[in-house]
Design a protein around this ligand. Structure first.
Ligand code: AHG
Ligand code: MN
Ligand code: MN
Length: 322
């Protein structure tokens, strides 16, 4: 008997129990949008959606056509859910807010609509990442958006690869679902995902090695000495998904170009840090727990190290010695 992600949410009796219907309705907005994105990606080369859109996003990065499409799909599908008070996207300078009462508009959804978009044109895995906060009682939207990662009520990603896999948590473990093209539904395929305590891989863009702060090169030299292998896809979701399944460590350290780190706290680091901890792993910005960072802005960046307990505790020990 199959279990779809909608059924799984309802069965899990989330701490949304007073509104499990609302949450599963919210999630169905995300899954619908990701199925639309998946369909576009599958035939991208045929429908002229490859390549640059011709404008820059707020990050000053060239937007790919699929960045724009993915963003529009999510804004459309989620904007129709009246439980949404605000939508925050990597692709939009400001949050999209809806004039809904605190009683109705209860959730904030923050997302990276297309992660790894530089890989789209070369047919390499890309993803979508989402993070969900509950609106604060006093209704202040800005404060509700800038909550630390520890306050997330749900987080997840979809990795568009040889198969399309959705992974999510609401704080009750991490669960994976594979899109069954025959029925167009995400079907439970990885119940209760646990990150191995130690893995065979480290994952980092070594081209930045010369500009890493002290400690990083020594740490990675130690892992190489212990026989680790290197895997770096350049799509965070794909590198993270492998780390959850096989174990090991992913690092995006501070670099000369990005002294505050390249990855964004609200829609890359926080959701994946929540998932990592729920799967038995850890996530750090190099000096502290990612989830405890108090955000100051919706597009703020952070150094991001995430992985298995053994590698992350070793990383913390090395960084204490520098
Ligand atoms: P996005 O496509 O959403 O901008 O994210 C790209 C990110 C992330 O997916 C990946 O880990 C990282 O950029 C790769 O950066 P480098 O090419 O600098 O290694
Ligand atoms: Mn990204
Ligand atoms: Mn992106």
């Amino acid at each position: 008997m199959i279990t779809t992600v909608q059924q799984h949410i309802l069965e899990q009796q989330q701490d949304f129990s007073e509104a499990s219907g609302t949450f599963s309705w919210l999630l169905s907005g995300i899954t619908l949008a990701t199925k639309m994105i998946e369909a576009k990606i599958r035939s991208a080369g045929l429908t002229g959606v490859l390549g640059a859109y011709g404008s820059e996003n707020v990050q000053g990065e060239q937007q790919q056509k699929l960045d724009v499409y993915a963003n529009q799909a999510l804004l459309h599908c989620l904007g129709l859910r009246d439980s949404v008070a605000a939508l925050v996207s990597e692709e939009d300078e400001e949050p999209v807010t809806f004039d809904r009462s605190v009683k109705t508009g209860k959730y904030i959804i923050i997302f990276d609509p297309l992660d790894g978009s530089s890989n789209i044109d070369v047919n390499v895995n890309v993803g979508t990442i989402f993070s969900i906060h509950k609106r604060l009682q006093d209704g202040d939207l800005n404060a509700s958006i800038l909550q630390p990662g520890t306050r997330q009520v749900a987080a997840g990603y979809v990795v568009y690869g040889p198969s399309t896999v959705l992974v999510y948590t609401t704080g009750e473990g991490v669960h994976g679902f594979t899109l069954d093209p025959a029925i167009g539904a995400f079907v439970l395929s990885h119940e209760n995902m646990r990150m191995p305590d130690r893995g065979p891989y480290y994952s980092v863009n070594e081209a930045n090695a010369a500009s890493w702060p002290d400690g990083y090169a020594e740490y990675l030299a130690e892992l190489r000495g212990e026989g680790y292998s290197s895997r770096y896809i350049g799509s965070l979701v794909a590198d993270f998904h492998r780390t959850v399944l096989k174990g090991g460590v992913f690092l995006y350290p501070p670099t000369r170009k990005q002294p505050g780190g390249k990855l964004r706290l609200l829609y890359e680091a926080n959701p994946l840090a929540f998932l990592a901890e729920q799967a038995g792993g850890m996530a750090s910005n190099g000096t502290g727990r990612t989830l405890e960072i108090q955000p100051a802005g919706i597009h703020q960046r952070t150094p991001f190290m995430v992985g298995s307990r053994w590698e992350m505790e070793r990383f913390q020990a090395v960084m204490r010695e520098v």
